[in-house]
Design a protein around this ligand. Sequence first.
Ligand code: SF4
Ligand code: SF4
Ligand code: SF4
Length: 291
Amino acid sequence: MRRSALDDRGGIITERGTDRVTVRLRIVAGMVSPDQLRGLADIAARYNVGLSLTVRQTIELFHVDPAHLMDLISDLEKNGTPLGSEKTEVVNVTACPGIDRCVFGLIDSLDLAKKIDSIHFGRDMPVKTRISVSSCPHSCMSERLCEIGVTGVVRPQRKSGDCTGCDNCTQYCKKGAISVKNGLLHMDMEKCILCGMCILSCPYGIIHADPPAYQITVGGRRGTSPAAGRHLVTVKSPKEALRVVGLVVEWIYRSAWDGALLSDQLNDLNFDRFKGRVLADLPPDEIETGY
Ligand code: SF4
Ligand code: SF4
Ligand code: SF4
């Protein structure tokens, strides 16, 4: 099939061995209303195309006839499920349900994802830029394997009070980071992943924490050689998390080049110097040290 200007639109993917295309949608954090879903079913029937879910929380319409693309895109926009992105751009922003629905949630991942999407989605970038938010270190969104990841974290602390030695917390902690010896609670912060499960588990309120924080990683990768991104900074508020994500997007945009994964460029891009600049720019009382 001859390439057309439409091929350059981010969410349109040429299909293998046919003259049809797949259309990927922009759906923040997989949130889609019943009306939008009904609308999508109607659109799929109207254009006689298939529907499928993607691994990054969006939906694709496949086997679309290119002759119908402009009408289809217009119908998708009216449905509130516009054309998405899959090229070297900021692609679909993903997030777990977080404090909206998950008992382990620490931060409002959905709200943060919506804000990131509204500012950065679809921006042309030298490398494909995936941004994901997990509300706790269980990392259901594999955010650390993305170019930019945000993870909700919390640091447990022992409060004054009588620990009964009931061992509830040690059983909840899957990292073996807590032990109770002679009725005294010990925490090994080398093993602790900052998930906060022990706080939930203590019936006597002996373990508490400051408000959750936002840990930001850069340059994670998936595919054949998956690897976690590098820790950039941990900040105290969603406002600062949003600001740091913006700084990273701008840094990638200005410094990276195409043809190589961001993770392979971090040293050449002077990641450590960038990290130093971010730390110097942020208000010191917004940075969580020791995370
Ligand atoms: S990452 Fe944590 S908060 Fe989010 S869905 Fe998974 S367990 Fe729940
Ligand atoms: S925060 Fe999580 S990993 Fe750390 S001690 Fe508590 S349960 Fe264990
Ligand atoms: S759950 Fe609470 S009371 Fe029980 S051992 Fe742990 S800190 Fe002590």
